[in-house]
Design a binder for this molecule. Structure first.
Ligand code: GTP
Ligand code: MG
Length: 171
């Protein structure tokens, strides 16, 4: 058959936001792992959609590894940015990391699609995706296509909507 177009995606966001859990759920069920541990450094993962073959750089969100992110910016053709919607205390840290990303010379002037997952929507403490988008000032992103989806990575809810959007942006 036809070879799918290959796309490199960076998966970013604070530690414990659910990046690895999301990427794992996007793989075919026989390729999913059961126990997910905090990522050390980064991990390269692959999954396919109807028309694309994604290679994901699943970066660690821990403070001590965040300086690794920028080394992969040039390679990335899209970003998946994950937020723990129940972690109100660190929402400001997530915003700082997002702003640093958006102002980086390897990102700033590129029309790179950014998909946000307002993850952990199942938790009682979670704030809405609209509220997450306000706290991160997403409306200020004018030079890049972006989209935010509420997700529950444990059940896999909201993930398909996000990936469908990303696929449309990349065609
Ligand atoms: P780092 O690799 O350290 O950057 O973290 P990460 O962003 O990859 O987070 P990870 O996928 O390891 O998930 C962290 C914890 O959150 C795990 O215990 C997951 O089971 C849990 N988790 C992930 N997504 C959800 C969700 O949607 N809801 C709930 N309740 N828990 C989640
Ligand atoms: Mg991880």
């Amino acid at each position: 058959g036809l070879k799918k177009k290959e796309v490199h995606v960076l998966c970013l966001g604070l530690d414990n936001s659910g990046k690895t859990t999301i990427i794992n759920k996007l793989k075919p069920s026989n390729a999913q792992t059961q126990d997910i541990v905090p990522t050390i450094g980064f991990s390269i993962e692959k999954f396919k959609t109807s028309s694309l073959s994604f290679t994901v750089f699943d970066m660690s969100g821990q403070g001590r590894y965040r300086n690794l992110w920028e080394h992969y910016y040039k390679e990335g053709q899209a970003v998946i940015f994950v937020i723990d919607s129940s972690d109100k205390l660190r929402m400001v840290v997530a915003k700082e990391e997002l702003d640093t990303l958006l102002n980086h010379p390897d990102i700033k002037h590129r029309r790179l699609p950014i998909l946000f997952f307002a993850n952990k929507m199942d938790l009682r403490d979670a704030i809405s995706s609209v509220k997450v988008s306000q706290l991160l000032s997403l409306e200020n992103i004018k030079d890049k296509p972006w989209h935010i989806c509420a997700s529950d990575a444990l059940k896999g809810e909201g993930l398909q909507e996000g990936v469908d959007w990303l696929q449309d942006q990349i065609q």
